[in-house]
Design a protein around this ligand. Structure first.
Ligand code: ZN
Length: 86
């Protein structure tokens, strides 16, 4: 269970008002809890880390991946215009 940011270099205490919360279901039979309920884990990254990273589910765990910035990758002018920026 999460209590801190999933970024091991950060470890900021959990705050539901910010960041990204991801539910990861480990239902491929690798983990059995003794009940019929699939093992589900929650991961969270804080708002600071969420500006730079996203949590990506992988087959075995959650990976901290660099965030994709569509407005940085493309020409950002249409976005700036939509915001009314100069
Ligand atoms: Zn963090």
């Amino acid at each position: 269970m999460f209590k801190k940011c999933a970024n091991l270099d950060c470890k900021r205490p959990f705050d539901y008002r910010e960041g990204q919360l991801v539910r990861f279901s480990r239902d491929k039979g690798t983990v059995r809890t003794g009940s019929s309920v699939p093992a589900v884990e929650h991961y969270w990254i804080c708002g600071n880390c969420f500006e730079h990273y996203v949590l990506r589910p992988e087959p075995e765990s959650i990976r901290l991946a660099p965030r994709y910035h569509p407005f940085h990758a493309r020409a950002g002018q249409s976005y700036a215009a939509a915001l009314g920026a100069n």
